[in-house]
Design a protein around this ligand. Structure first.
Ligand code: HEM
Ligand code: HEM
Length: 143
């Protein structure tokens, strides 16, 4: 599995859900779920797509087992946190615990991402570096 591409693909789904919810809120003038919309857009679309792009740029990080822990943790935590947040927002207060569980899972998975970046980020040859250095040589040679 290419973690980077999968992250970007799933992020795009969250983008659609977030934008759909945003438009629904705008049309209905009911902003009760504004916080859900914000976190679907920011944790689902923004954070996941940035992580995906980072994995695509740094293949050394994407090959690490830490990337899989990050991927599954973030993806399992999202629905738990978002569904619980909807329930909590509509008054089901016990959902507070599962919001915490989902959020903690996401936070731990983000920690895996950071550890991975520090362990494997420097060693990884970023995609395009070799290509751009060849291009630089070519530009230099033509001058
Ligand atoms: C078609 C796309 C979108 C629509 C129609 C939309 C619509 C909305 C609406 C109606 C609100 C509630 C405003 C209020 O409570 O006064 C809102 C809040 C918010 N939106 Fe969006 N949104 C869209 C995309 C996005 C995206 C892509 C992001 C982030 C990447 C985003 C982040 C936020 C945040 C953080 C808030 C909460 C702001 C706050 O509470 O101060 N939205 N959006
Ligand atoms: C596990 C991760 C996260 C948790 C547990 C969390 C939790 C929270 C909480 C409790 C609030 C206050 C909500 C309210 O007053 O209704 C909040 C608001 C906010 N958070 Fe997060 N957050 C997380 C990740 C993020 C990320 C990654 C971003 C940005 C990339 C972000 C951006 C915001 C923004 C813009 C607001 C204000 C909008 C709003 O009130 O809905 N959060 N967050």
């Amino acid at each position: 599995m290419n973690v980077g591409i999968r992250f970007v693909q799933i992020a795009a789904m969250y983008m659609l859900i977030g934008a759909g919810l945003g438009i629904a809120m705008g049309i209905s003038h009911d902003f009760t779920l504004s916080s859900v919309h914000a976190h679907i857009s920011l944790l689902g679309w923004a954070t996941m797509s940035i992580a995906g792009i980072v994995y695509i740029l740094l293949p050394g990080c994407s090959r690490s087992r830490l990337a899989l822990l990050h991927f599954w943790g973030h993806n399992a935590g999202m629905p738990v946190m978002m569904i619980s947040l909807v329930l909590y927002t509509y008054g089901y207060k016990p959902a507070e615990r599962t919001i915490g569980a989902g959020a903690s899972l996401i936070l731990v998975s983000l920690l895996m991402f950071v550890v991975n970046l520090y362990l494997n980020g420097r060693r990884a040859v970023p995609v395009g570096v070799e290509e751009s250095s060849r291009m630089n040589t070519a530009v230099g040679a033509s001058e």
